[in-house]
Write a protein of this length. Sequence first.
Length: 294
Amino acid sequence: MTSATSPARPVARAARERRRTGSLAWHIGALAVLAVVLYPVVWVVGASFKPGKDIIGSLQLLPAHPVGDNFAGLADGISGISVGTFFANSLTYALLAVVGTVLSSSLTAYAFAKIRFAGRNLLFTLMIGTLLLPYHVLLIPQYVLFRRLELTDTLVPLVAGKFLATEAFFVFLMVQFMRGLPRELDEAARLDGCGHLRTYWSIVLPLSRPAVITSAIFTFINAWNDFMGPLIYLNTPSKYTVSLGLMMFRDQEGLSDYGGMIAMSMVALLPVVAFFLAFQRYLIDGMATSGLKG
């Protein structure tokens, strides 16, 4: 019996060694990838506490003697415009984009998911097909349209599409979620005398909260970081968003205040991080359940 079990011990020991080696290699690889991902973040944090002259060309990742002059300089504004103005403009744009996207996309998704009408599948396919259109293809005709309507240099061109359910990805996300809701709820609502609007607002929309909040998070981040849209439509510096305000750190002679630019970039990350942390559990729920039903 001893002779039968003794050969198995080296085999089991070798298997454990292979698992330990594989686990060690996996963790080392994960740490290497994490270091690559976090390096730009650490560099920005360190550069924000360096003097402007030491940011470019310095090989030191973290400053030996941190200074807060870059952040203190933000209080003086940029070209006579308060930094708070840029943040207020970005916050207004982002919140309007969130409200418009959530309302229009959820209402459109309810129609595709819960109402049977002629041409529904064709319209849904055409809507999904708009995802294949590059943003730049539509940019010129949209700009000409809004310019003829004298709506440039306002937020209207930036948020009008959000209220018209032009974000096909978020419509698709909500459609997939709503299709997974029990149809017995719709039937019970009809028996109670609820129309489609009441059913949408009182039953379907509250139950679709994970998908709605997922759409809201991505919309907020996209609007806050948007550069191309404000660059095309906004002309007055006092109406600039944060992304355009960063561009103002570069003067007409090509010189840049890198310290102030990086400090403002750090401050600009705070609203996005706060918004994400506040709703991250809903984001996970929405991404885990949407697209798997229907």
